[in-house]
Ligand binder design. Sequence first.
Ligand code: ATP
Ligand code: MG
Length: 712
Amino acid sequence: MTSKTDIFSQLDKFFNPDSVAVVGASAEPGKIGHEILRSLLECGYTGRVYPVTLRSGEILGRKCFQKITDIPDKVDLAVLAVASQHTPQVLEQCGEKGVRNVVVVAGGFKEAGGEYSELEARIVSIARKYGIRVIGPNCIGVFNGRNRLDTFFQSRERMVRPPNGPLSMLTQSGTFGATFLEWAAESGLGVSKMVSYGNKSDVDEADLLTYLDADPDTRVIAMYIEAVGDGRRLVDAARRVASRKPIVVMKAGRTRLGVQAALSHTGGLAGSYEVNMSAFRQAGMITVRDFEELFDVCKALALLPLPNGRRVGMVTNGAGPAVMASDDFHELGVDVGRYSESTIEYLKRTLPPYALPRMVIDLTGSATSQDYRVSMEALLRDPNVDLLMPFFVFQDTPLGDDIVDVVADMLRFGKPIIACAAGGPYSSKQSASLEARGVPVYPTAERAVRAAHALFTYMEVKRRLASTVTWSAAQTSSGSRAAAGTVARALSEGRRTLLEHEAKEILRGYGVKTPVERLAKSEEEAVRLAKDIGFPVVLKIVSPDVVHKTEVGGVRLNIRSAEDVRQAYREIVANLREKAPQAAFEGVLVQEMVGDGVEVIVGGLRDPEYGPITMFGIGGIFVEVVKDVAFRLAPTSVDEALTMITEIKGYPILRGVRGLPQANIGEIADVISNVSRIMVEHEDIVELDLNPVAVNDRRAVALDARVVLKSR
Ligand SMILES: Nc1ncnc2c1ncn2[C@@H]1O[C@H](COP(=O)(O)OP(=O)(O)OP(=O)(O)O)[C@@H](O)[C@H]1O
Ligand SMILES: [Mg+2]
């Protein structure tokens, strides 16, 4: 394993090289090999720069070398601006020269498919041979705000480089990287590092996060990810970094990737995008939906201190946006306007009669800078305000030009302040000068609220990552051994699924409750078992060839007498013969009828990128339609499971509605955590789903269970 310090020293020459060679340098303006050279020479980088090209003479006043090995000095970084098919050869020469950091700009590798993928595999193996770290291919490379190094072929006339500052960005798309730099420059924010890493043939997000963690200039990390690859590696690195620096991530690919055999509910519900988002959040990353939000959130995190709680104070001189923001906050469960009585009384006493000190302190169109000062000071002094959100109609003429200084002065209270204002030239000028004084301004209420929410999220992330996790200790080693035996037996019989009672046996071994149940091979036996178990009972078909028992008429609920058992038994057998004549019949499961409770679904799945994951949602027959589910990586601690449960939209159902009892959330969390252990300990189980688990105020019981095994 490479240690963190190793990674830092391996990658540091990408950002802090003493010398850079541009291989494929060109004398012709507009050519990529020319523009990269120009960026290195004209944007402020002061290290040595060498053009490498077959022509002789000079380019931009620098002597050309025909091969990188001809350069007499040491070369720390090589930027390859040659076509993909020449890259392996040039990379070999870099290796011979002792260059250990290479940026490959060209496309025409894995992203092009076929033989081009082989080309990428070749450069990776050459890199490994020499111990070279490669960024790219198919990228625009790196930017370092401190030493002004950049490898971009976007000229400085066309693309502004921001000053050095707290933001860093890692992006699979050079386009987003370029936009990020320019938006940062435009809002007067600095960027410490930007890396466009394209196909990430070698250096990936996990490496770069580890690097940025150690980079003292970086305080906030933005990410744009297309394909994750090794998700476990990424989130492990992210989790380590997120407790110190916020990571804001935007992921492409909201549409579903690949088709999974829907043998289980869990398998059918796990879309790659949702799994990614859950894994990111579990690791403490802040997820956003679009680029605007990515930038908005980074700006707030870069400029402001974190709040200590989730209570917002608002002051305005115009109603609309503040009302909208209150709505949005309410939906997010954020309290607005819970001021102390003394604050309101003070404002009533002190403000002019036109002011309306309520949930939102409405100073109306007559508001002056002094009114704002009085109100903002009062709110910021109030212990019930964790974040201040002032709204401005800068256009209203009673408001003085000096308002920006008044607001900036409020930062001395150490609480985050997020402003909202919009308009034409004058408003834009005021907003810009407010931002220059360290207060982020957003043009709409929605954007201001999302930025505030990200601060709350990161505050909670820091608390969560600092707290220790607890496990449900129900699992025993005998349960684990028995499960392994059951799985091995089924696999040796060539089966892909376990029977319901086999799956439940495994669950019981891990401390999950199930109804009392026994397998009956005949009608007589079913009657006897039903009497043993006690009425009412449930009868279910047992067949290795039936996946959904209800669909073949194989489930009978609430059977209350011996006579009804006989009839149900016969019906179930007859239904199977009719609906699935080829299916093998193993008997009928006689089961205790579990009375009341909300039906939830708990699942486990092996994801191609993240390995074992858990799923939770409101269960029953509509799960696939409603898709109201949450995911976590396994192992999932009880604490993580508890948060996961609160994430679904249907969470209020579990708190007791329409005469249903309040569900025992702790019991559900135990089930999720135990399922996660089964997934971690038994690699041959690819899908596991408990649908439904019946939960009431006392217990959670798995009424049905399905296990899908790895196909061999
Ligand atoms: N022991 C039980 N006590 C009470 N209700 C039960 C019991 N077992 C099953 N049920 C109810 O019957 C429904 C169908 O049963 P079960 O989930 O076992 O069948 P299935 O057809 O295999 O389900 P699936 O839709 O998951 O394929 C359950 O969703 C639940 O509402
Ligand atoms: Mg079921």
